[in-house]
Design a protein around this ligand. Sequence first.
Ligand SMILES: Nc1ncnc2c1ncn2[C@@H]1O[C@H](COP(=O)(O)OP(=O)(O)OP(=O)(O)O)[C@@H](O)[C@H]1O
Length: 301
Amino acid sequence: MQERGRVQNPAIVLQAQNLVKRFGDLVAVDQLSLALEEGECFGLLGPNGAGKSTTLEMLEGILPPTSGEILFDGEPLKGDYRQQIGIQFQATALPEYLSVNDCLTLFSSLYRHTMDSAELVRICRLEALLPQRHSTLSGGQRQRLLLALALLNRPRLLFLDEPTTGLDPQARHNFWQLIRDIRSTGTTILLTTHYMDEAEQLCDRIAIMDHGRVLRQDTPARLIEQEFRARLVSLPADLSLGGQWTRPWVVRNGRQEYHTDDVNQVLTELQRRRVDLTGLNVRRPNLEDLFLKLTGHQLRS
Ligand SMILES: Nc1ncnc2c1ncn2[C@@H]1O[C@H](COP(=O)(O)OP(=O)(O)OP(=O)(O)O)[C@@H](O)[C@H]1O
């Protein structure tokens, strides 16, 4: 794969405008608009049922929207769109006896232009697994094979639907590195995830969805900066804080939390009130905090 890197004013590869998907009376996706920049990794985040997979399937050209428009390179999706994108499916319905090598050969026949297979095998770290039956792979190995199948046609745009769900921490970290490698070649990536750390690690920009709508979209750092003060001070929920404060402390997960730009001032005030600071914690707000604030619930981890 050739190193392309990110450009200063990236082109818009894929654009969705006012996408709506109804299933009977249910509005699964509601007036969703987003634009993917060439070379970025964009994350769709949301709780179960938020509409992420439905959105992805419409953007992949698999599911027709009820209304709205999808543009690839500024044009409505055409017949050769599938040749230019890669989709990492959750599973393959291939016969069990096929080896990893057989799977790669079989899928290669679906595309006009395919990637050099040795390069693909190297990128997805499949060398040692080529003769092995795909049905006997571990979770992490299976994800690498599914990723290789999605990359076979050297796609400009790669779709990953919850790519690391069910993987152990080691396999997740290895898979993240793979995604970073692919992104560094200039491939544009759209992924859905339930994992905040995954979004913070991998995504240049994210959209937070709930009830079919995008609540916010921007870089993780800017979103956090817009919604919160610089630091979050917390203490055990059952501790008395010595009466009224200018702003309320918010109770969550057995802690009472206070957002502030001036940690020293909060600590001085707590000491003045003779509050026991043994259980004190000070940290930066993260995407999990943002998600909770916007949706009122935590993301499944
Ligand atoms: N084919 C369908 N027919 C009817 N309802 C559907 C269909 N597909 C999805 N839905 C509904 O649309 C809503 C959005 O589902 P979707 O799978 O897009 O959410 P999601 O954010 O991907 O959730 P998860 O994180 O659980 O995968 C849900 O209420 C779901 O039940």
